[in-house]
Design a protein around this ligand. Structure first.
Ligand code: CP
Length: 313
């Protein structure tokens, strides 16, 4: 079966998932993001997207992803429309496909889509006639640009992905970030990927072949190069697991004592939004090993790279 995000010439047509993109394409996107960052720092960002129109279609809340897609597109010269779902005709029963076709008829070149239902960006991509669709997070399935910015941040700080030990802790079961991170880390050769959390918030081990899955954070963090903390995604849970926040922090929170079990030069990451005092202690979130704000900054360049790759032809 053909890959819906690759066109007949082998070019990236949409960005729906990191799954199956492969090392050369991922590396090229990271290199392009780093080059755009250098250009921005030198004050020479090229207007690669001049004349293009990018539409943000966010059906779920967002701070980081929506803002950084907008800044990325604007700084490369595109016109950006932040589609207001609440006041749109979707509330009168218009289908998402008809909404997309309507906006595409207005010469929109790209749609950045976030939705609570798995597969919505792929569904819209199948319907798009000319425009590119970029997945900004669908359900618990994929958040590919978060995966890219996480890979870029790890590569910046560790110089490589190959052979690293990466611990991802928290609500892995409901996390699209964990899935995209694992797809990217595995493709780029991370040596030991450990998924950890309370058993009620862990995925089936069969979903993550090659990863260690367990509920003992002290064991999972031992010797890690990279520690990625996740929040509990209550909005995606059918029933709350009945975890007391203080108990959760005691077993799965990242404080200084627990971080000391990782390698001394380990970096701490979090995709945000953070729940301080639940999955991460403030002194760790703001501490010397935290690269959380570097992740945010890299989000702009990862998104620039993807937009340029999809629209510059
Ligand atoms: N990491 C992330 O997706 O954050 P937002 O929900 O704020 O976009």
């Amino acid at each position: 079966m053909s890959d819906p995000q690759i066109d007949a010439h082998g070019r990236l047509r949409h960005l729906l998932t990191l799954d199956g993109l492969g090392r050369p394409r991922l590396t090229a996107l990271l290199d392009r993001a780093a080059a755009l960052r250098e250009a921005a720092r030198a004050g020479h960002l090229p207007a690669l997207l001049a004349g293009r129109t990018v539409v943000n279609l966010f059906f779920e809340p967002s701070t980081r992803t929506r803002t950084s897609f907008e800044l990325a597109a604007r700084r490369l010269g595109a016109l950006v429309v932040n589609f207001d779902i609440a006041s749109s005709s979707t509330s009168k029963g218009e289908t998402l496909e008809d909404t997309l076709a309507t906006l595409e008829a207005m010469d929109s070149d790209a749609f950045v889509v976030r939705h609570k239902e798995n597969g919505t960006p792929a569904r819209l991509a199948a319907h798009a006639r000319r425009a590119a669709v970029l997945n900004a997070g669908d359900g618990n399935r994929a958040h590919p640009t978060q995966g890219l910015l996480d890979l870029l941040t790890i590569r910046d700080h560790k110089g490589r992905i190959d052979g690293l030990t990466v611990t991802i802790c928290g609500d892995v079961k409901h996390s699209r970030v964990a899935r995209s991170d694992v797809h990217g880390l595995a493709a780029l050769g991370a040596g030991d990927i450990r998924l950890c959390g309370p058993s009620a918030l862990l995925p089936a081990a069969t979903e993550f072949p090659g990863c260690a899955v367990g509920d003992d954070f002290d064991a999972a963090i031992a010797g890690a190069d990279v520690v990625i903390m996740l929040r509990m995604q209550k909005e995606r849970m059918e029933t709350l697991p009945g975890l007391d926040e203080a108990d959760y922090f005691a077993r799965y929170g990242l404080d200084r004592a627990r971080l000391a079990r990782a390698r001394p030069e380990a970096i701490v990451m979090h995709p945000g939004p953070m729940n301080r005092g639940i999955e991460i202690a403030p002194e760790v979130a703001d501490g010397a090993q935290s690269v959380i704000l570097a992740q945010v900054a890299n989000g702009i360049f990862a998104r620039m790279a993807v937009l340029a790759e999809l629209l510059q032809h």
